[in-house]
Design a protein around this ligand. Structure first.
Ligand code: ATP
Ligand code: MG
Length: 307
């Protein structure tokens, strides 16, 4: 990757934790650049210890195979499986010897423990996408966290998944916010160069990309690569990116909130006025208004938001 902007502080935090032997959970929504940051940090992690790189946690069987392969590449021996020249053959031998996921996981934990006790820095285990974690994987990840330094990338909701707290408790947490406007601009300029985007009004184009993206690097990339410059400047059919949807929802939600509030207030006031003046009709109408407000306002809000 030729362009990488920002993330100095977050990168430093990940490296500090990993070097202290503490695991890290890197948390951010899709497109914020978790994978990009980990890739950027890879050489620094590798300079510190063996790095076992895996794609994702689920399905767990596939993760265990990934991990076995990474350990094979790093020449970390698993009991009962000799190194041949062919990793596929050794993978099969391992699968035969340890039939269930449980036994497989146990064999890898044991191998990593032996490796950690051999006097070198313990291995760093990176999972590029750990959002698929489930409660049943947690005991194994906790066991792995005791014999290796875990670096897991997840979406923020993953941290609230049932029965996973015990895992996150053991890890330092690093959050990735959106890029600053300056960094977003820097990224946009670099990508415009890279993809050879030609815009009539370059300045207007860049400013629009920066504001539409909301500082989310994946959005910057999507807008520059897949949406025509003309459409962006004219604000036409630019798709439904994550940031854009969010911004629009917020705009509408905020615009509607005071109207709903005033309508609800009027109904309540009418009810009290009716009561005070002994005007039954006004009292009943106010009551109906309040009821309608309570029942309808969530729908009304949604209807406007969805449009
Ligand atoms: N700091 C950055 N500098 C330059 N490009 C970046 C940066 N962060 C992310 N990108 C680019 O933005 C795109 C999305 O980033 P990435 O895939 O790393 O997001 P992610 O957080 O891992 O998303 P997901 O949760 O979907 O895996 C990628 O093309 C990546 O190269
Ligand atoms: Mg990713």
């Amino acid at each position: 990757m030729s362009v990488f902007v920002g993330r100095k502080e977050e990168g430093r935090a990940v490296l500090l934790s990993a070097r202290a032997g503490r695991g890290v959970v890197l948390s951010a929504p899709p497109g914020y650049g978790k994978s990009a940051l980990l890739e950027e940090l890879r050489p620094a992690l590798e300079a510190w210890s063996v790095v076992l790189w895996t794609e994702k946690l689920a399905p767990f069987g596939a993760f265990l195979r990934d991990l076995f392969r990474a350990m094979w590449d790093a020449r970390i021996p698993v009991e009962g499986v000799d190194f041949s020249k062919d990793p596929e053959k050794d993978l099969q031998a391992w699968g035969k010897r340890y039939s269930s996921n449980e036994e497989k996981a146990k064999s890898l934990v044991r191998a990593l423990r032996r490796y950690a006790e051999s006097g070198v820095n313990r291995a760093t285990l990176v999972v590029d996408d750990a959002t698929g974690v489930t409660g049943s994987m947690v005991p194994w990840l906790v066991a792995l966290s005791e014999v290796a330094t875990l670096v897991l990338a997840v979406h923020p909701e993953t941290l609230r998944k049932a029965n996973t707290k015990r895992l996150w408790m053991r890890l330092d947490r690093v959050d990735l916010p959106p890029l600053s406007p300056r960094e977003t601009r820097e990224l946009a300029e670099a990508l415009v160069e890279r993809y050879g985007v030609v815009a009539e009004d370059r300045e207007a184009y860049l400013a629009r990309v920066v504001s539409l993206s909301g500082g989310i690097p994946g959005e910057v990339e999507r807008l520059i690569r897949y949406v025509s410059a003309e459409d962006i400047v004219r604000n036409r059919d630019i798709g439904t990116g994550y940031a854009e949807g969010l911004a629009r929802r917020e705009e509408r939600g905020i615009a509607l909130a005071p109207i709903l509030l005033v309508a609800g207030g009027v109904a309540i006031a009418a009810r009290y006025l009716g009561l005070a003046r002994g005007e039954m009709d006004l009292y009943v109408a106010g009551g109906i208004g309040v009821a309608a407000f309570v029942v309808l306002s969530p729908w009304l809000r949604k209807a406007v938001v969805v449009r």
